[in-house]
Design a protein around this ligand. Structure first.
Ligand SMILES: [Ca+2]
Ligand SMILES: [Ca+2]
Length: 491
């Protein structure tokens, strides 16, 4: 604790010596939002006018990637500024305060709270349940009440039971926007903007839940996407034949259905449509929060950052969900707007969610932290063409990493197997070039970026944990040995 207090007081001292009126931060998170955002072009029909307008008022990163394709490790990484491979946090548990290494680590929200900001959080910023009651106070001044999450009387989507996960559902529900969690999360963030003391800077969050399953939205949002006109994502039926077997292990058993199950149940189109409808509903709530920020009279001195914790497959590579190292899982929206940020810019350089922490420190005039593993994006926020030497790295469990540059993706799994994609020629990542000898030099060049620290899962790790025993060659998924001759389990 002593160290914590020393660090905290150094923030206070440093902030008080800083010039008057440091910028406010409006921190907007989205859950499981892939690149199906108008300005990212991931789906030709998606309607996200509010996020598109937000991106235009600042700088949009079109090649931004999460550090882990799963809620808790991605958010833990972003909020601590440390890679999953540096902390060993890979599963849905534990939270950072249950891990020896990060127990006292000063997080992004804590930095603003201890610097004297008014800090208020609404919705999902930390993974649900990962920050316990006693630890919450030092993160944010205010934790606003969770929004009610109404459920239909019985599931809408037809999926095989009885083991179906209760969140695996989608459809037109409830009747009114006002009854959806995201509408209420926006309401709560708007209230915080209205209440924010005028004599302090603020750090206010809105952590939206859609388009995470269940993909529920009122019928009006489905009407934006008439079923007869719906465009389905491109799928190559034999896409998995050139993948190493280890690629299957990363998502060996998931609650999310495989494409074969969705097809058998005639639920693929309904899911795509519900994901689009959910995205548009969430987008409208982003618009409400941004409008309230403008109304607050503090827009000129407020930095807005918008991000999603990771993406989501909707049939690509014959699956749905996350837990993979491909574009559908790793590519996320990331946009900054406000003072110090050039408007109407698009930056195609690789960016990481890990970069948000150091970027916000620099934009708000706080001291850089040498222990953070991301790199400030401020040079790109001033000039999108500014050189950037780092790739975006995504990790899913120990030993499985993806290196994404502007033109390539290289994946190395724990057993040494590999994938290589030419992103300019093959953005769908359909053709694995890893075995082609003419790309050996490219692979070696990209492999240099593989994390040097590559920790085993921390004690207490659970849910989506995969380990590999190099001596026996055994892969273990959630404490169960994988039968390597088995096909990828369905659904
Ligand atoms: Ca998520
Ligand atoms: Ca393929």
């Amino acid at each position: 604790m002593k160290l914590l207090f020393t660090l905290l007081s150094s923030f206070i001292v440093q902030t008080s010596s800083f010039a008057a009126a440091p910028p406010n931060v409006l921190f907007i998170a989205i859950d499981d939002q892939n690149d199906w955002i108008g300005c990212l072009g991931g789906h030709p029909q998606v309607k996200t006018p509010n996020i598109d307008a937000l991106a235009k008022r600042g700088t949009l990163f079109t090649n931004a990637h999460c550090q882990a394709p799963l809620c808790n490790p991605s958010r833990s990484s972003l909020l601590t500024g440390l890679r999953p491979s540096s902390t060993g946090i890979y599963g849905l548990a534990p939270g950072i305060r249950e891990v020896e290494q990060t127990k006292q680590h000063i997080t992004l929200p804590q930095t603003f709270t201890s610097a004297g900001y008014f800090t208020s959080t609404s919705g999902k910023i930390y993974h649900d349940g990962s920050m316990r009651g006693g630890d919450q106070k030092s993160e944010f001044n205010e934790w606003n009440k969770p929004s009610p999450t109404p459920k239909p009387k019985k599931p809408i989507a037809k999926l095989p039971g009885p083991g179906r996960h209760p969140a695996m559902d989608w459809g037109a529900f409830p009747d009114k926007d006002e009854d959806t969690p995201d509408w209420n999360i926006a309401k709560s963030a708007i209230s915080a903007l209205e209440r924010a003391p005028a004599d302090k800077p603020f750090f206010i969050t809105a952590g939206f839940r859609l388009p995470h399953v269940p993909c529920f939205a009122p019928q009006a949002w489905f009407d934006l996407y008439p079923d007869a006109e719906l465009q389905m994502p491109p799928v190559k039926e034999d896409d998995r034949v050139d993948l190493p077997k280890f690629a299957d292990f990363l998502h060996w058993k998931l609650p999310e259905p495989r494409l074969s199950t969705l097809r058998a149940m005639n639920e693929w189109r309904p899911l795509v449509r519900a994901y689009l409808a959910s995205t548009s509903l969430m987008d409208a709530q982003v618009g409400r929060v941004v409008a309230a920020m403008e109304k607050s009279g503090r827009a000129n001195n407020t930095i807005i950052v918008l991000w999603s914790d990771h993406g989501w497959h909707l049939g690509e590579k014959l699956m749905t969900g996350k837990n993979t190292l491909w574009n559908e899982s790793t590519r996320v929206p990331l946009a900054f707007a406000g003072p110090g940020i050039k408007a109407n810019q698009v930056c195609g350089s690789p960016a990481e969610l890990l970069d948000i922490f150091p970027t916000l420190l620099e934009l708000t005039g706080m001291k850089a932290r040498p222990d953070l593993e991301g790199h400030s994006l401020v040079p790109q926020l001033k000039d999108a063409t500014a050189a950037r030497e780092w790739p975006a790295i995504t990790t899913h469990n120990q030993g499985n990493h993806s290196i994404r540059t502007a033109d390539w993706r290289y994946i190395r799994y724990a057993d040494g197997s590999e994938e290589l994609y030419d992103e300019k020629a093959d953005f769908n990542e359909w053709t694995n070039l890893a075995k082609d000898p003419q790309h050996a030099a490219k692979k070696a060049e990209l492999a240099k970026w593989l994390p040097k620290v590559d920790k085993a899962p921390v004690p207490g790790s659970k849910s989506r944990i995969l380990t590999y025993e190099p001596v026996t060659g055994e892969a273990i998924w959630e404490d169960e040995k994988i039968d390597k001759t088995a096909k990828l389990p369905e659904p």
